[in-house]
Design a protein around this ligand. Structure first.
Ligand SMILES: NC(=O)C1=CN([C@@H]2O[C@H](COP(=O)(O)OP(=O)(O)OC[C@H]3O[C@@H](n4cnc5c(N)ncnc54)[C@H](OP(=O)(O)O)[C@@H]3O)[C@@H](O)[C@H]2O)C=CC1
Ligand SMILES: O=C1O[C@H](COP(=O)(O)O)[C@@H](O)[C@H](O)[C@H]1O
Length: 492
């Protein structure tokens, strides 16, 4: 069983409690932490949404969600019943001042004033400001209250600022927890450990030894049931502005003075500030956008994006992005960071590839391949270092062959990998913001991607197509080939 830090009794109030995120991620995550003994018995999980449901009806929905999204081997009936006893429901429209707020206040007024209260906003982000204002006006924001904001924080810099201003009027910054679930992934945190607990890597971690870096989040799924949201977003907003830039900051940041949340986030922010601004007129040279068309995924024909949207729909929303980022500082000058993310690609894989430079001179008949460090975020979590070694199949010569020093976390640590939300949901209860995004980080990330969004909305760069089940448009290979580089899967 996992070793978890005890937390105080809390009330977790989820706005958007009937939605996909709550059902698929939040309730299962809270259930796992309850099962593992971290949730004190007097705590409550209070769902709210406009749907008129009784607590019993909501518990029925929550039970269905747990049955669908908790691993069968973890579905202990007694534990699920005990967990559901903590669940309550209050029907209300969070965006309307005169809605049925008494359904919520009646529940919360029973709790001691100093009980930890987490308001988790899992609704459309344009409601965040109004919900916070209504919480305030109904005297529901106590000193022990915090608010968790789901992504996306806005669709551009201006809307992000409006959301942050709206929430910031009622919650101080240190009570605002902006979630990026990539930071909750064990392997993303393992990246921090790899870099700063192992000086052997840190000594090599710069342009002295590193040629280029690739950060990939590839998915085989399409837009599933979220086409309405996705078509207004696209891959740049959905994945690059947040998850991939966050991973980039962890790869590139200087060692913080400690694991203190602000010291760590200060270092991440410096990386975002050091990103070379992309001029609108250069977008086509450093960024590729694509949209999937009908193709073959694992032997099955998969529809194209427009078919996924529905008959007769047209759209120029990108489902794939590849981007060349550069960091203007002493450590990273001259080292491209290639980011890419897409839907309906060949494999589901999220990884960081550190491509080291070649040896300056080879004494072997065939030059050794440069070393490559791969941090597998998911699946097959682990760290691999590709090294050249003597080929034992050719005993008469010093012929080289590549082999991996392979630490598979699954083999090394026989433990269940918790879903990212488990850690983050309970970190918010503990008031620990280290794995959450500070407002200035959100703004810096938006500032970086804005010229790309603007150029694309003005059609200043082509929208490439790629077959479902491929690795994306050819233009993404060309982006790297222009500098003599190649994506991991093209390296042979
Ligand atoms: N689903 C996912 O995988 C992910 C989602 N997100 C983000 O999480 C948020 C929620 O997403 P998702 O669950 O998919 O969305 P859904 O559309 O499935 O759910 C939205 C929820 O909000 C409720 N709601 C809508 N309006 C109001 C209102 N005025 N007052 C109170 N409740 C309201 C809805 O219930 P009702 O109609 O009954 O009011 C419903 O429970 C979004 O910001 C999304 O971008 C982020 C990452 C992943
Ligand atoms: O935030 C999001 O992330 C998921 C991918 O998450 P992962 O943990 O499976 O890598 C993505 O499917 C979704 O579109 C996006 O909103």
């Amino acid at each position: 069983m996992s070793q978890l830090t005890p937390v105080d009794v809390f009330d977790y109030v989820v706005f958007g409690a009937t939605g996909d995120l709550t059902m698929r991620k939040l309730l299962p995550a809270l259930f796992y932490r309850f099962r593992d003994g971290q949730v004190p018995a007097e705590s409550r999980i209070i769902g709210t949404a406009r749907s008129k449901l009784s607590t019993e009806e909501y518990r029925g929905r929550a039970r269905d969600a747990l049955t669908s999204f908790v691993r069968p081997q973890d579905q202990d009936g007694g534990q699920i019943d005990a967990f559901l006893d903590l669940v309550h429901y209050a029907s209300l429209n969070g965006a309307e001042a005169d809605s049925t707020w008494s359904n919520l206040t009646d529940l919360l007024d029973h709790a001691p004033a100093d009980r930890i209260r987490v308001y988790y906003l899992a609704t459309a982000p344009n409601l965040y400001g109004a919900i916070c204002e209504n919480l305030h006006n109904h005297s529901l924001v106590t000193d022990a209250s915090r608010v968790v904001l789901e992504k996306p924080i806005g669709v551009d810099l201006d809307t992000a600022n409006a959301i942050n201003d709206g929430v910031g009027r009622f919650f101080p910054e240190n009570h605002i927890f902006r979630i990026d679930h990539y930071l909750g992934k064990e392997t993303v945190q393992a990246l921090i450990a790899l870099r700063f607990a192992n000086p052997v890597f840190e000594r090599l971690w710069s342009s002295d030894a590193i040629d280029y870096v690739q950060i990939t989040a590839a998915e085989t799924v399409g837009v599933e049931g979220r086409a309405g949201y996705y078509d207004t977003s696209g891959a740049l907003r959905d994945m690059i502005q947040n998850h991939l830039l966050q991973v980039l900051t962890l790869v590139a940041m200087e060692p913080p003075g400690s694991l203190d949340a602000d010291l760590l986030r200060n270092e991440k922010l410096k990386v975002l500030h050091a990103l070379k601004p992309i001029a609108r007129e250069n977008v086509a040279q450093v960024a590729v956008r694509g949209q999937y068309v009908r193709g073959d995924v694992n032997g099955q024909t998969a529809p194209g994006y427009l078919e996924d949207l529905g008959e007769g729909k047209t759209s120029s929303t990108e489902t794939y992005v590849a981007l060349k980022a550069e960091i203007q500082n002493w450590r990273w000058a001259g080292v491209p960071f290639y980011l890419r993310s897409g839907k309906r690609l060949r494999d589901k894989v999220s990884e960081v590839v550190i491509q080291f430079k070649s040896a300056p001179w080879s004494i072997f008949p065939a030059a050794p391949r440069a070393n490559r460090l791969i941090i597998r975020i998911q699946p097959n979590e682990g760290v691999m270092l590709a090294v050249s070694t003597k080929d034992p199949a050719k005993p008469d010569s010093l012929t080289l062959r590549e082999a991996d020093i392979d630490i598979s976390f699954g083999k090394a640590f026989a433990t269940r990998y918790p879903d990212a939300y488990e850690r983050l949901l309970l970190d918010a209860v503990r008031g620990d913001p280290v794995l959450f995004i500070r407002r200035d980080e959100v703004e810096a990330a938006w500032r970086f991607v804005m010229p790309v969004l603007e150029a694309w909305s003005a059609d200043q760069a082509p929208l490439e197509s790629y077959p479902a089940g491929s690795w994306g448009p050819k233009a993404a290979q060309d982006l790297l080939a222009a500098s003599g580089h190649a994506w991991h899967e093209d390296q042979g």
